[in-house]
Design a protein around this ligand. Structure first.
Ligand code: PMP
Length: 452
């Protein structure tokens, strides 16, 4: 196979493979990755890249973990498949381990993707209220700029309108509030004059929408895909208090922020909240196999779903591959490695190092803001630092390309109006060294210098 020339593979790719979101990624000029080693990937030409994005925010353990491959192989040889309409041991073990990671008792429903985990969360929230005689509670609140998935409900919850255009109408009942954006505060505040207006606004929206129509609010601890928007201190706790005061559930989307990325097992733990529902995917298997989970607090489950007297009181959602035994086995092996190698602590230390290194970029003319939370960072590019004029998405794409030329993969996201991608993102695997963190930032600095 390797004898086929590079150009013919790419020609076949252009002919047969349909890549989504070409405006987001370099899909017009994709890398053909053929191998991975640690935090590095290798393309068809044999070029090595330091992967500053862990694939798509997921390969937290890097690309060469034989224990993950062995776990999948062993499981496929013992019991390759059985559906979770019945049960199997890898799912039972994983649900129990997730309870340990969550630090509280949750019921876990397994599915295949972050999008589906969120769809399930929305169904559970609506059904929870309906079971309790409040079927009129069906709206879901979320933030502009946040991404929660690509299916008709998860996309409706997403506040990224460039992804929705020409696919509407989506699922009804989704209401957006402004994001916590401390660099371009939608309420005209600065960090020193901030009174958490973005959180208190949720309270207003609850009233304006009539709170008795609201089932839940869904939030990521940090808005990742919409530009790495780190909320002001106290924001998530305030949102939790507001949701509960209005009788709505709090769903926390940990698809990116979970499994150590923020320097805590889950991002919500770092921010001191106790979600009613937690959704997870991506890092749960370190990206090695598809798996997702929706965890519901036990008391909510008991209050609405654990009832024999009501034939409708069960979750009417099942799928063929959700909680696939091989994926659960890989997830268990992922958690084993995370624990035995203390990778949550390591992610926190690497995050501190990344934040320190990124400070060096603050003086550059194209850099408007630098934000990080745990081992996750965004660098917002501007044309004019005083006026905060956003850099164009074309400029950000050039930065991504310059980094790639220098052997480092970085991501790009941002304000999600069309053409509004001006934030360079970093979300590296936890297996990089501090030296490699420094190198990524050096390369980003060189790329910016080369373009100015
Ligand atoms: N939620 C968040 C926060 C995400 O970043 C993503 C994917 N980038 C999703 C949900 C959807 O996950 P998936 O792509 O697995 O459907």
């Amino acid at each position: 196979e390797a004898l086929r020339g590079v150009s013919s593979w790419m020609e076949m790719d252009r002919r047969y493979v349909w890549h989504g979101m070409v405006t987001h990624q370099a899909a017009k000029n994709p890398l053909a990755i053929v191998a991975g080693e640690g935090a590095y990937v290798v393309d068809l030409d044999g070029r090595r890249y330091l992967d500053g994005m862990a694939g798509l925010w997921c390969v937290n353990l890097g690309y060469s973990q034989p224990k993950l491959a062995e776990a999948a192989y062993a499981q496929l040889n013992t019991m390759p498949y059985y559906p979770l309409t019945h049960t199997h041991l890898p799912a039972i073990q994983l649900a129990e381990r997730l309870n340990e990671w969550l630090g509280a008792e949750y019921r876990v429903f397994f599915s295949n993707s972050g999008s589906e985990a969120n769809e399930v969360a929305f169904k559970i929230a609506r059904q929870y209220h309906a079971q309790r005689g409040e079927a009129h509670r069906w709206k879901i609140l979320s933030r502009y700029r946040a991404y929660h998935g690509n299916t008709m409900g998860a996309l409706a919850a997403s506040g990224q309108f460039d992804r929705k255009y020409r696919y509407e109408p989506l699922a009804p009942g989704f209401v957006h509030v402004p994001p916590p954006d401390c660099y371009r505060c939608p309420f005209g505040r600065t960090p020193s004059s901030c009174r958490l207006e973005c959180a208190h606004h949720i309270d207003d929206v609850m009233r304006w929408e009539m709170d008795e129509t609201v089932a839940a609010m869904v939030l990521e601890p940090v808005i990742t895909g919409g530009g790495v928007l780190v909320p002001p201190e106290g924001y998530l706790k305030a949102a939790e208090e507001i949701c509960h005061r209005h009788g709505a559930l709090l769903i926390v989307d940990e698809v990116i922020c979970g499994f150590g990325r923020t320097g805590a097992p889950f991002g919500h733990q770092r921010l001191g909240v106790k979600p009613d529902i937690v959704t997870m995917a991506k890092g749960i298997t370190s990206g090695y196999l598809p798996l997702a989970a929706t965890a519901v607090r036990k008391d909510l489950y008991d209050a609405a779903f654990a009832r024999d007297d009501d034939e409708h009181a069960h979750l009417r959602h099942v799928n063929t591959f959700g909680g696939h035994p091989a994926a659960c086995a890989v997830a268990l092996a992922t958690l084993d490695i995370m624990e035995s190698e203390h990778l949550v602590d390591r992610a926190r230390d690497l995050g501190d190092a990344l934040a320190r290194e990124l400070e060096r970029l603050r003086g550059l003319p194209a850099v408007g803001d630098v934000r990080s939370f745990g081992f996750l960072a965004g660098v917002e590019l501007v044309e004019d630092r005083d006026a905060k004029t956003p850099a164009t998405a074309a400029f950000a794409s050039q930065v991504v390309a310059e980094c790639r030329k220098r052997g480092v993969i970085v991501g790009k996201t941002g304000d999600t109006t069309p053409g509004g991608h001006n934030v360079i993102t970093l979300c590296p695997p936890f297996v990089v060294s501090e030296e490699e963190v420094r190198h990524m930032v050096d390369v980003l600095g060189d790329a910016l210098d080369a373009l100015m």
